[in-house]
Design a protein. Sequence first.
Length: 313
Amino acid sequence: MYTNVSASVLLSLATLGIPDANIYPAFLLVTLLYLLIMFFNLLVLAAIVVSKNLHKPMFILLFNLPITDMMGATAFFPHLISSIVTQNRLISQPACITQAFLIHFYGTGNFLILSSMAYDRYVAICCPLRYNAVMTPQNLFKIIISIWLITFSIIVTLILLLARFKMCRTRVVDLFCNNPSLLKMVCEDIRVNNYYGLTIMCLIQGGTLAITIYTYIQILRTCIMTNHPDARRKAIQTCGSHLVVFLLLQFNSIIALIAHRIESASPYIRRVLGVSVLIFPPFLDPIIYGFKITELKQGIKRFLKRSVVSIKG
């Protein structure tokens, strides 16, 4: 018979399996990766803030992406770094639930931000004459507020549904805390949680995927039909970067979530895919957008030059 686990009891995350000889190289690698993620994302934020020519709907929407990326990375990396050094995989229940909240907030926010960026590109490329009328400052503000409010309400509800249970186990099956792994530690009826989770997964991931596919089909059709090679090349370049980021997040997160519901699925594949969702998008987003979008790349260069001059002065 299982007993209820008190909130003061420490939970145990899945072991990292790092040999003693590789602890400090792993510590340096993971720490460097986290610092690079924070630096690159802060660089994108700073470039958009200080460059007036980047104060456009596309870049204002993009501004929200580094914020959620840093949120997800900060929810995951500091505890991982500490675990590598101490070889201690224990985490308190409140800290575990907080980590789950931030990670799910990051994932949901990214899906909504990326789909809104796809819509922005659709209007800009397929309906250029209506762009300024559609993407007004008022509409842009409504889109951004809606993204954050929808994300917050969805994830708060997810966590509240989870928090009503008392856990009867202490072993987390993943390398980080998330809703599916925490539900596996509950011995009560979790059907409502499962229904809610499946509904949200279908609405958020399915809905954003449908929006993105539709917009990119229309963008591709417009690009094929246009008689301006330069405009076509620029559109495909910008949208191609966005599509890579979006599909990477979609594929890895969907497979990882589905693997939780398949008993025969390899836990190692699930863990690798789950961790990749927290590593690759936050690391690659600022690099892909920074190098592929000419205006942003120039804004970053100007910001860096200005920073260097101010330091020397």
